[in-house]
Design a binder for this molecule. Structure first.
Ligand code: MN
Length: 129
């Protein structure tokens, strides 16, 4: 069965890039443009969404706050969330983990590792520790 990925991203170019790539990789995509939209969509479709790609800096509601809310919700906490970060500092990695996210991808993405990482997260268990 095709996997469905919710892509949460406020930047239209990044959103197009991610959804175009995911379609090429044969995934279904749903889009949200801020954390509030992401929560609404995830809560209404928690049985259909296999993975969430979550930008951090967004208007209305940021990605880490949205992730925390989704990970506290009984219906949505099982959905893996990968943060899309524009940085890779140790503190930020900790912030991402503390929010309940299962992993992160640093932007700008490398297409090959983006593909590998997503397929890994659809099967795997999250952060390597
Ligand atoms: Mn953003």
């Amino acid at each position: 069965m095709e996997k469905t990925i919710l892509v949460v991203e406020d930047d239209p170019r990044n959103l197009k890039l991610f959804t175009d790539l995911l379609k090429v990789f044969k995934y279904n995509t749903i889009v949200a443009r801020n954390g509030k939209e992401a929560i609404e969509i995830a809560q209404n479709n928690f049985n259909e969404i296999d993975l969430i790609l979550m930008d951090l800096q967004m208007p209305v509601l940021d990605g880490l706050t949205a992730a925390k809310i989704l990970k506290k919700d009984e219906n949505t906490k099982h959905i893996k969330i990968i943060a899309l970060t524009a940085f890779a500092m140790k503190d930020d990695e900790k912030r991402v983990k503390d929010s309940g996210c299962d992993g992160y991808i640093t932007k700008p993405i490398n297409i090959t590792s983006f593909r590998k990482y997503i397929s890994l997260y659809l099967e795997g268990d999250g952060f390597d520790e």
